[in-house]
Design a protein around this ligand. Sequence first.
Ligand code: DGL
Length: 272
Amino acid sequence: MGREAPIGVFDSGVGGLTVAREIMRQIPNERIVYFGDTARVPYGSKSRETIIKYSRQIIRFLLTENVKAIVIACNTASAFAIDVMQNEFDLPIVGVVKPGARVAAETTKNGKVGLIGTEGTIRSGVYAAFIKSFRPDVEVIGKPCPLFVPLVEEGMLHDTITDQVAERYLGTLKERKIDTLIMGCTHYPLLRSTIGRIIGEQVRLVNPAYETAQELKRVLDREHIANVQEVDSPSSMYRFYVSDAADKFKAFANSILPFDIAMTQQISIEQY
Ligand code: DGL
């Protein structure tokens, strides 16, 4: 696989664009093939077995696009499926959980880390396990925040309803006096200002998307597969695929990416 081959990035839908966006910012000369599983979203409430099956199908599809590495942008899929995928496929696979966990362990001073994410991510216990592997004395307090995903997808980033939901979800974490909070779901960085305001400025927010792009850069360098060629325009560097509702995906992508995406193609993921 050549250095100019693309990175495959996948998520249950649009949320992983927050991770793709970080990769575009931090490693601008890498091509990306993005897949959003918009037909089968949400992943956050599904079983481990189902998430493993979906992840396998998506990686098989991305391999047909000749990707040189994979980023599992979805926290739920990273939590449930990364080990199995790394064993099954012979290319570098980076998830969002480990990089986020490492930074949280390094950031906390009082040893109390809050974790917000989907029900699946919290239930998996994978963030807590990684954090404890870096620093055994850290206490991880998890809180599923399922309503944040539809609020973001409805564009209610700055809305009194979103504030009320955040107050309800974050209240218990505030009482536990956390000093670090992991935004352990693809959508949550888009609510950063609301979350930050409600949890309080003394709490450091960890965005796993940012750390994942850093980790990807390290992996590409280590494997000698980083692209060293000149780059083209965004429209030719990035390709987008979905399993349903391509127009809706495109509208969301254009609202959060720094450029308008040219085309989103729908594919039948069940065949892979
Ligand atoms: N992408 C998912 C995650 O980061 C959130 C949306 C979903 O439940 O599929 O966990």
